[in-house]
Design a protein around this ligand. Structure first.
Ligand code: SF4
Length: 54
C-alpha cells in the first residue's frame, strides 16, 4: 500500500479478516498502471497481479 504510486490499495476500515485484523484491498483497480511495486514490496508476498481483459 505504501509503495503504490496510484493509491490503488487501501486498508479496510469497516471489515476484518478471519484473524480479526484489517486488511489491504484493491479499491481503485482502474488506476493501476501495472508497475508491480505492490507485488515486489509486499513483506508477505501476498499480492498477485492480473491483467483484466475487457
Ligand atoms: S501494480 Fe500495484 S503498485 Fe503498481 S499501480 Fe498497480 S496496484 Fe499500485
Amino acid at each position: 500500500m505504501d509503495f503504490c504510486p496510484k493509491d490503488v490499495i487501501e486498508m479496510t476500515t469497516d471489515r476484518l479478516n478471519a484473524k480479526g485484523i484489517t486488511f489491504a484491498e484493491c479499491v481503485h483497480p482502474e488506476q493501476c498502471i501495472g508497475c508491480m511495486a505492490c507485488t515486489l514490496m509486499c513483506p508477505d508476498a501476498a499480492v498477485e497481479l492480473f491483467k483484466q481483459e475487457d
